[in-house]
Design a protein. Structure first.
Length: 57
């Protein structure tokens, strides 16, 4: 399974719109960046996304 998800994949998985997906990704990436991780704009770590959404991956 992929470790990094794109906006399109987040949109499809959670059945949300593009702007909502970007906001969700930005929120998680902001947290990761504060923790010292490098981030890729428009992409998100799958594990962290699922943890924040309260889902088991």
């Amino acid at each position: 399974m992929k470790e990094i998800l794109t906006v399109k994949e987040v949109m499809e998985y959670f059945e949300i719109g593009e702007s909502t997906a970007y906001k969700l990704i930005k929120s998680i990436n902001d947290e990761l960046q504060k923790e010292g991780f490098l981030i890729l704009r428009g992409r998100v770590n799958r594990k962290r996304l699922f943890e924040r959404m309260g889902l088991d991956n």
